[in-house]
Design a protein around this ligand. Structure first.
Ligand code: GLU
Length: 307
């Protein structure tokens, strides 16, 4: 019988992990990210019947970075349907999130929508469809959560643009294969802005509830996404959500999820809950050290995962 005393379990694991050594490094390649206090640690869980459980710094905003790629994918998939899979694949890449390696042999088709190249192709689709995709994305989030306090951080976006040589290379490379329709500069501006979204763990666990709850309706009482599309997005999170550590996350935690280099992780249990964890120090594969540890201990303690 799964143990659903979430508050006690979260609090106990939080205290245990806080008392242990915090390994890893804060992402420093984006100057603005390197300023974050490495000791932050927060957890927030929201159940599909809207019960809330939190610990630590769960109400502090942070940069969600790549976690945002799930939202842009959801919008593009709902808008354009299966046509999106002609331009981006659904296979784990087994390489780093910003790798150029496979693009040459794959003729400019990124392995999945969560590596940088794939997320740029999705941004390009939204840019072709909307005049202001950044505003549409924000509106989408506000409609899901009913919370207009969620915003971009322009300082962070500018800071990443300044040093984003590899992302520039990726986007121009994709363009050379005709897999970018718009000006690469415009795609990158939207991409950097999207990655600069800031949320608390509580807000993150609210935003992603639509992928856990098949009856989820937004503020306009409309479904955010069809059930079959939610299933597929969860499947891509399960197989590709953690860079080249996706197999390890699946093995240790057993839930679909997505991480970001800001140290955030979201994971969800379909029909049960969405949980967000944040701790800025990253392991060698770029995933939050404490975040991975917490989620492994959490699904072990509650004795429930999707497997
Ligand atoms: N904006 C980051 C980059 O493109 C996102 C990386 C991540 O969170 O995985 O490098």
């Amino acid at each position: 019988m799964p143990n659903t005393d979430y508050q006690n379990i979260i609090q106990q694991l939080y205290e245990q992990i806080q008392s242990e050594e915090n390994f890893g490094e804060v992402a420093t390649y984006i100057p603005e990210l390197s300023k974050v206090n490495p000791d932050y640690f927060g957890i927030h869980l929201t159940t599909i019947d809207k019960r809330e459980f939190g610990a630590g710094d769960h109400l502090t905003k942070f940069s969600i970075q790549s976690i945002s790629k799930v939202l842009s994918l959801s919008i593009a998939y709902e808008l354009l349907g299966d046509a999106i899979w002609e331009r981006v694949d659904v296979e784990p890449s087994g390489t780093a999130f910003n790798s150029l390696l496979q693009l040459e042999s794959d003729y400019g088709i990124p392995r999945n929508p969560f590596i940088n190249a794939g997320a740029m192709v999705i941004c390009d689709m939204l840019l072709s469809h909307f005049k202001h995709p950044d505003q549409e994305l924000l509106q989408y989030i506000h409609d899901i959560t009913g919370n207009s306090d969620i915003q971009y951080n322009p300082l962070l976006a500018a800071s990443e643009k300044k040093i984003g040589y590899r992302n520039f290379a990726l986007c121009y490379y994709l363009k050379s294969f005709d897999n970018i329709e718009n000006r690469p500069e415009d795609v990158l501006d939207f991409y950097f802005k999207m990655c600069s979204l800031e949320m608390t763990c509580q807000e993150l666990s609210h935003v992603f509830l639509f992928l856990a709850d098949e009856n989820f309706l937004n503020q306009h009482h409309k479904p955010v996404i069809t059930l079959s599309k939610a299933k597929r997005i969860n499947a891509i999170m399960q197989t590709c959500g953690f860079y080249d550590e996706s197999g390890e996350f699946s093995f240790r935690v057993g839930l679909p999820g997505k991480s970001g280099v800001g140290g955030g992780i979201i994971a969800l249990h379909p029909d049960k809950y969405c949980i967000a964890v944040w701790s800025p120090k990253l392991n060698a594969k770029g995933n939050s050290y404490k975040g991975m540890k917490f989620l492994e201990m959490f699904t072990t303690s509650v004795e429930s995962s999707i497997f």
